[in-house]
Write a protein that binds this ligand. Structure first.
Ligand code: ADP
Ligand code: ZN
Length: 616
């Protein structure tokens, strides 16, 4: 569509919000950030995924003179981002390696002639002298550095190209810079500020809470079945992401789901680029698809209606976990973050750290990340409080995580711990043998297995002293001892060994409190009231209307070759279905219906509404 007729003044950021984006008011710190950048200030913005970071640079780019240059590592998503902006009537383009020379020239000339509001750039483009010369010849409204944590080596997504971004300031000292990230431990935060030379920038740290996401961490016993249960009982027909650690388990899990009649696509770095791109595009474009992926998938996926994120393996850090789970529920509607976690995860991750390349400092860092993740898994307190604490923020017990919904029991596991540790001790000291968890448990339970007979383990004084707990319970004890650092995993055979801290437990100088794993995995917990309030509850009569609107949207999206959410979000369609506006003016008041979309789709929406109400 035509550009905004008149370039609005800085004070007009609210008007841009209403007219272009169709939103009624700013969220959280948005307005303050936008006004600060509009006035030429630098900003470092820490906001959780789904918090609304994009508006923080998009609106200043529209308000200020010149083009907003957005640096983003998400090359595969630039087309969608640009499409979404164009659907709003914003003049956007991108420059990256996926383009042919003609397309690139077109974007460059639009940039130079002032016909762009926003230009997306891959960071490596900024190393190319011709790009720098191009930027010199145009007027730049601001630099936005998206996914700014990519500059941090301490983090989990380091991109060497980001280091060059510190030079932006030297070359264009008068252009405001805004760096944005959803990763926000103190360490990463500080590193971003120094590496991007943003020491003068104002820092905006939002609450990292995502109240609409229900966090749940379940003991892993039959992960694929558990996943299937989650999908069938709580998320039938919903879009979701399932994370697995290895390519093999990605493939197997996707195959398993498909065999169960669920549409699931694999995604990992071992697939060829075309298959990966195709699977990602289907996930974005179609409703209700599941992607089973390694963590290679997901950064920048701003599909708003991902209803669940499931982890079948333990993430390596809380930062990674929070970022991955944050991909659920960007539209603010109730969503689930579910993780299955067991003894084998701890053993495997500890071993991976032992085997990893890199110096001692590097391994220590990995260990520290893992320990924080384990602490989250084993906590008996509110998961959300613990997550927020990890990001240096305070929270109240949330009522919308598994531990809040069903308070886990704790028990004094000192004696159980002593039994495990002394079995390990005896094998090691008396016999110079080391074994994995399975053999230790068989000894404690007094099982006469072949392996027990082979090593005469029935002659140990600890043989059969642990019949008060079942096999699965002993696994829970060992898992928690590993998590608490009271037991270690060593060597190629992943055998158990004592640690420096074990002695205090054996000598009864230290009490060991353990979490009692629920008998059965916690069932579909009810969503808390605050999370539900975010959704527009549809009265039964509005449900078919909503479905019709979705069908209309799917057809429109297909015709234009854009993801459905680029047309309208679920939340917008729900509100339309619930309020059944009867005129364009009324439709224009719905959140998410800006001027451009009203002009383009308004009549079609009203027609769809008229057709469904007359047919029912
Ligand atoms: P982030 O980049 O922080 O993950 P986005 O910028 O993608 O988040 O915003 C998340 C969602 O919230 C988007 O669907 C966006 O359109 C919506 N949104 C952002 N700001 C507002 C607002 N002020 N009012 C209503 N919806 C908003
Ligand atoms: Zn809670």
């Amino acid at each position: 569509m035509a550009p905004l007729e008149t370039r609005p003044e800085a004070s007009d950021s609210v008007r841009v919000l209403n007219r272009v984006f169709g939103y009624g008011s700013f969220r959280g710190d948005q307005q303050e950030i936008i006004e600060h950048v509009c006035a030429g200030g630098d900003a470092l913005v820490l906001m959780p995924t789904g918090g609304g970071k994009s508006l923080c640079y998009q609106i200043p780019a529209l308000v200020r003179e010149g083009v907003g240059v957005v640096v983003s590592p998400l090359i595969a998503l630039m087309q969608d981002q640009v499409d979404a902006l164009r659907a709003l009537g914003v003049r956007a383009g991108f420059l990256n390696s996926t383009q042919g020379p003609d397309e690139r020239r077109e974007v460059e000339s639009a940039f130079l002639s002032g016909e762009l509001d926003l230009l997306y750039l891959a960071p490596e483009r900024l190393r190319v002298p011709s790009t720098l010369r191009l930027l010199d010849r145009g007027t730049i409204a601001l630099f936005a550095i998206d996914e700014a944590h990519c500059v941090a080596q301490w983090g989990h997504d380091f991109r060497p190209d980001y280091l060059a971004l510190s030079e932006l300031h030297e070359r264009w000292p008068a252009v405001p810079r805004i760096a944005l990230t959803a990763t926000a431990t103190e360490a990463t935060h500080a590193e971003i500020a120094t590496r991007l030379d943003l020491t003068e920038a104002r820092h905006f740290v939002s609450s990292f809470d995502r109240p609409n996401i229900q966090y749940r961490i379940a003991p892993k016993n039959d992960p694929r079945r558990q996943l299937l249960d989650l999908i069938r009982t709580e998320h039938p027909g919903d879009a979701g992401i399932v994370y697995c650690l290895s390519r093999r388990s990605v493939e197997q899990t996707a195959e398993f789901l498909v065999a169960q009649g669920i549409t699931a696509l694999p995604y990992h770095a071992g697939l060829d680029a075309r298959t990966r791109a195709a699977n990602q595009a289907r996930f974005l474009r179609e409703d209700g698809l599941i992607v089973v992926a390694t963590i290679a998938f997901g950064m920048g996926i701003d599909k708003p209606d991902v209803r669940f994120v499931a982890h079948l393996d333990l993430p390596k850090s809380v930062e990674g976990y929070y970022q991955e789970t944050g991909r659920a529920g960007r539209d603010g509607l109730p969503s689930t973050a579910w993780l299955a976690y067991g003894l084998a995860d701890v053993v495997q991750q500890r071993k991976m750290i032992d085997d990893s390349d890199g110096d001692l400092a590097h391994r220590r860092r990995l260990s520290a990340h893992l320990d924080a993740m384990l602490a989250l898994c084993e906590t008996v307190e509110c998961r959300r409080v613990q997550l927020l604490a990890y990001f240096g923020q305070r929270g109240e017990p949330c009522g919308n995580c598994d531990t809040c919904l069903t308070a886990p029991e704790t028990w004094d596991g000192t004696i159980a711990a002593q039994k495990v540790l002394s079995t390990v001790f005896r094998l090691d000291r008396e016999r110079h043998q080391r074994f994995g968890a399975g053999q230790i448990i068989d000894i404690l339970l007094g099982k006469q297995t072949a392996k027990v007979s082979q090593f005469d383990h029935d002659e140990l004084t600890v043989f059969g002293v642990g019949t008060e707990l079942r096999d699965s319970e002993w696994r829970g004890v060992i898992r928690q001892l590993l998590a608490q650092g009271l037991l270690a995993v060593e060597g190629a055979y992943q055998t158990l060994a004592l640690t420096d801290a074990s002695g205090d437990v054996l000598r009864s100088k230290r009490q060991v409190m353990l979490r009692r794993d629920p008998e059965r995995p916690a069932k579909a917990a009810k969503t808390s009231r605050s999370a539900r309030a975010a959704a527009v509850d549809l009265h039964p009569g509005a449900v078919p209307v909503f479905e019709e609107l979705r069908a209309w949207r799917a057809a429109a999206a297909k015709e234009q070759g854009v993801p459905a959410y680029v047309i309208f979000h679920d939340a917008t369609l729900r509100q339309i279905a619930a309020t059944a506006p009867s005129s364009l003016a009324e439709l224009g008041t719905v959140s998410g219906v800006g001027e451009n979309k009203l002009a383009r789709y308004g009549q079609q929406i009203l027609d769809t509404l008229a057709a469904t109400t007359s047919s029912t």
